[in-house]
Design a protein around this ligand. Structure first.
Ligand code: BTX
Length: 321
């Protein structure tokens, strides 16, 4: 009920909506409307109430809970079920457990903070409380496990577009899965899978996105290479729920496209948003360091590096300088 009330109120931010109209649209009594409004106030909302005109939101707190996100979502699947936690070890762990117990596709786990946020290769993801978006999404595509990496690239496209749509800030992708603003990392994506040999059961996509951190929120070792949307916006913060709903909307659009038409268009879009492509780069893999011109990616998201001797190296996993 709260998410539908918020939806009504946020759809009419500049004009009032009367208690009667809310009561009719939500099918609840005027007293119930008043109680819900009081509850919103307790949660940090400021509402103007004018006799004979009704209610109007004048201040929305930056909350990223299920009600706030759902009030902004117009998706068919993504985010229909949202599990919101104040604190978790890792949203990936919670999502894995839910997926094993049959959670439906589109389920989202979002947390205010993570004690052990996971990056790739067991690296740590710094997730300070209430500043960013730390969330995991469960997908259940009917594809072979080899296709799952394509979903990382799909997500990178969706996160980049979602950031630009919600904030107007220009973001770019760095292969394989970093989202950069002004050459600094603002988001990372971790894709994990539950599968049988020839069939994916669930893909758990973890997204960490720095939104409202100021410089003092970052540990010293990250400050030179990481940023947040607020830092790229003169310190002015954003509503995290606006950003996550824009991202979930884009993930849904591209995911439905992927299921129907495959990866071709996503690969093109990825290449057009990628800072890596067309540049001389150095890839540091587990076993060697290779330099060359980043030509593009394959259907499976493998990076193609053209070396000085004219041969092409296929880079499956590396860090890029
Ligand atoms: P990655 O391995 O590409 O990036 C991890 C590296 O990025 C770290 O070693 C560190 O140098 C740097 N880093 C750590 N925290 C941050 C940060 N907040 N901002 C910028 N750089 C940082 C990328 O891994 C995948 C990250 C996914 C995180 C999400 S959060 C929700 C979900 N739950 C979970 O445990 N992980 C995912």
């Amino acid at each position: 009920m709260r998410d539908r009330l918020l939806q009504l109120l946020t759809e009419s931010t500049n004009s009032f909506i009367s208690g009667q109209e809310i009561s009719t649209k939500l099918g609840i009594s005027r007293t119930a409307v008043w109680k819900h409004i009081e509850e919103l106030r307790k949660n940090g909302y400021e509402l103007e109430a004018v006799p004979r005109r009704g209610y109007r939101i004048t201040h929305t707190p930056d909350l990223a809970n299920a009600d706030e996100i759902k009030a902004r979502l117009h998706t068919k699947k993504m985010g229909h079920s949202i599990i919101y936690k104040k604190e978790v070890t890792s949203t990936q762990e919670v999502a894995h457990e839910l997926a094993r117990n049959g959670a439906e596709e589109g389920t989202v786990v979002v947390a205010e903070t993570q004690q052990k946020g996971k990056g790739r290769l067991n690296r740590e993801w710094h997730s300070p409380s209430g500043t960013g978006l730390w969330f995991s999404l469960i997908l259940r595509p009917d594809v072979i496990p080899q296709k799952a990496p394509q979903l990382t690239l799909l997500t990178a496209v969706a996160v980049t577009e979602g950031i630009m749509e919600a904030t107007g800030i220009q973001a770019q992708i760095k292969w394989p899965n970093d989202i950069l603003i002004d050459d600094k990392k603002t988001a990372g994506i971790l894709t994990e899978m539950q599968s049988e040999p020839d069939r994916v059961q669930a893909v758990i996509i973890g997204i960490g996105l720095n939104i409202n951190q100021q410089a003092e929120h970052f540990p010293a070792e990250l400050l030179t290479k990481a940023t947040s949307l607020a830092l790229e916006n003169d310190g002015t913060t954003f509503q995290r729920a606006d950003v996550i709903s824009a991202i979930l909307k884009r993930i849904e659009q591209w995911y439905f496209h992927f299921l129907q038409y495959g990866f071709k268009e996503i690969r093109k879009r990825w290449e057009s948003l990628a800072v890596t492509i067309g540049k001389e780069i150095t890839a540091v893999t587990m076993t060697k360091t290779v330099s060359g011109l980043a030509e593009g990616i394959t259907e499976d998201g493998v990076l193609l590096l053209k070396k000085q001797d004219g041969t092409t190296e296929y880079i499956y996993s590396a860090d890029i300088d």
